[in-house]
Structure formats: structure tokens, C-alpha cells
Write a protein that binds this ligand. Structure first.
Ligand SMILES: NC(=O)c1ccc[n+]([C@@H]2O[C@H](COP(=O)([O-])OP(=O)(O)OC[C@H]3O[C@@H](n4cnc5c(N)ncnc54)[C@H](O)[C@@H]3O)[C@@H](O)[C@H]2O)c1
Ligand SMILES: Nc1nc(=O)c(N)c(NC[C@H](O)[C@H](O)[C@H](O)COP(=O)(O)O)[nH]1
Length: 221
């Protein structure tokens, strides 16, 4: 399995404002790059915080990229995966529509009524007691044939993936905005590391829109 984290940060390192509302940091060319990365992936993964804040669709937008996938014998859109310990994904969330297969990864703590509601719209994976056990959940996705995973945020999930040693590559667009705010989400929130920090090896630097895309490979710990 290969896991690529993709995100867009402001010049001061924020993924959105302190209001945690969707905020376009990428420009048109970076969103097109994200679309190509989606099209090259077997699944696009987000945390439920991102679903609640952004209501993303997580589909491939470019018709030609979808057609190419179909010609290659793949579904037009990659699968979508929501990491959602307690089943808070709303049943009318865009990510649960019929455009692609959707998995919702729950923990044992997800109430039965939420499980029943979500089971009509998604494949449910249960792993972990209070929070989703990401190693187990991703192993189940791999058993279902999903090898190339793209993670689109947010900061809580991305931190946990680094903590679990599950990230192979980070692609970060750094864009031309200052957002500020000590409580605004960053690339890796969670509890933070105090020792044994994951380290990265710079693989590429590309100018795009009015910013840069930094591609880093994650070194083995
Ligand atoms: N700029 C970008 O590239 C970008 C991308 C995505 C999201 N965002 C922004 O990020 C914010 C949402 O991010 P967030 O950090 O609040 O939420 P998130 O999307 O990271 O989801 C976190 C939630 O996932 C669930 N979860 C279950 N198991 C978990 C585990 N093991 N580890 C971590 N989480 C687990 C928990 O319910 C947790 O609250 C929004 O403001 C959104 O607009 C920005
Ligand atoms: N690459 C990127 N640049 C940004 O400036 C930004 N705000 C996001 N945020 C990720 C978030 O999940 C978005 O909501 C989805 O990128 C929307 O996806 P859809 O168009 O609904 O498929 N991602």
C-alpha cells in the first residue's frame, strides 16, 4: 500500500481559518493537480471533521480523467473513505452519494442507530475501541484491493497517520495567503510529537499558481 497525504496550507501554515470553514488556498492549477492525483488513486481518504466542515464530494472533476480510468478497467471515480469514530457523517453528505463506492471507518463506540443509518449508503469498517485504529482500518481497505491511497485531510487525521507510521509521501501546496489564528487547523494537529519526530526527504519543488508544491518522502522510523 502507498499512502500520499495531499494538502494546501497558507504561507503561515494553516489549512483553514479558526472558524474551520472551507477556504480555497489552492488556485485553479493546483486544484487540477489534485484532480490528477485523485484520478491516479484507488481511494481518497478524509476525516469526519473535513466532511462536517467542507462537505467534499471527492470525485474526479475532469471528464477525460474519468474516461481514462474506465478505459483502464477501473471505476470512473476512486473509492471514498471517511474516518469517523462515532458515525457522525450526515446521511445527506456529498461523499455518500452514488458517484463512487464509499467506506466509513468506525470505532466500537459508534452508536447502533448511526451504524444502521450509514449502512444504507456506505461499506462500514469497524476498527478500534474509542477512535478508529488506522492500521487495522487501512489493512482492511488493502484487503479490498485499495493499494494507492490519497489522504485529503484534515489536520487531526494527518497527525494520526504520521503517528501510526502510515504515510509514505506528503505533497503540500503552500499558497499565497496569511490566515493566522492559534486555533486554526494546521497540517498535523492532534497531540503533537515531543520526540521521535517523523522526518522527511525532499523529493521535488514545483512552482504552481502563486505558490509551491513541496513533495516529501517520509523516512522510515
Ligand atoms: N487546506 C486543506 O488542504 C484542507 C484539507 C482538508 C481539510 N481542511 C480543513 O481542515 C478542517 C478539518 O480538519 P480537522 O482536523 O478538524 O478534522 P479531520 O478531517 O482530520 O477529522 C478528524 C476526526 O476524525 C475522527 N477520527 C477517527 N479516528 C481518528 C484517528 N485515529 N485520528 C484522528 N482522527 C480520527 C475524529 O472524529 C476526529 O475528530 C476544516 O477546517 C477543513 O476545512 C483543509
Ligand atoms: N487541495 C486543496 N486545496 C485547498 O485550498 C483546500 N481548501 C482543500 N481542501 C480539501 C477539502 O476536502 C476540499 O473540501 C475538497 O478538495 C473539495 O473536494 P470536492 O471539490 O468537493 O470534490 N484542498
Amino acid at each position: 500500500m502507498d499512502v500520499i497525504v495531499n494538502a494546501a496550507a497558507s504561507a503561515d501554515g494553516k489549512l483553514s481559518s479558526r472558524r474551520r470553514e472551507q477556504l480555497a488556498i489552492s488556485g485553479a492549477d493546483d486544484f487540477a493537480r489534485v484532480d490528477r492525483l485523485r484520478a491516479a488513486s484507488d481511494a481518497v481518504v478524509v476525516g469526519v471533521g473535513t466532511v462536517l466542515a467542507d462537505d467534499p464530494h471527492l470525485t474526479v472533476k475532469d471528464d477525460d480523467l474519468r474516461s481514462q480510468r474506465r478505459e483502464d478497467g477501473r471505476p470512473g471515480n476512486p473509492a471514498r473513505v471517511v474516518v469517523d469514530s462515532r458515525g457522525r457523517t450526515p446521511t445527506d453528505a456529498a461523499v455518500l452519494d452514488d458517484e463512487a463506492t464509499t467506506y466509513v471507518c468506525l470505532s466500537e463506540a459508534a452508536p447502533v442507530d448511526r451504524r444502521m443509518a450509514l449502512a444504507d449508503h456506505a461499506e462500514l469498517i469497524t476498527a478500534g475501541e474509542e477512535r478508529v485504529d488506522l492500521l487495522r482500518a487501512f489493512a482492511t481497505l488493502q484487503e479490498d484491493g485499495l493499494e494507492q491511497l490519497m489522504v485529503e485531510g484534515g489536520g487531526e487525521l494527518i497527525f494520526s497517520l504520521f503517528e501510526a507510521g502510515l504515510v509514505d509521501e506528503l505533497r503540500l501546496f503552500v499558497g499565497p495567503k496569511i490566515i493566522g489564528g492559534r486555533d486554526a487547523p494546521t497540517l498535523a494537529d492532534g497531540e503533537g510529537f515531543v520526540s521521535e519526530f517523523p522526518t522527511l526527504e525532499l523529493a521535488a519543488v514545483d512552482r504552481i499558481d502563486d505558490g509551491v508544491v513541496l513533495t516529501w518522502r517520509v523516512e522510515d522510523r
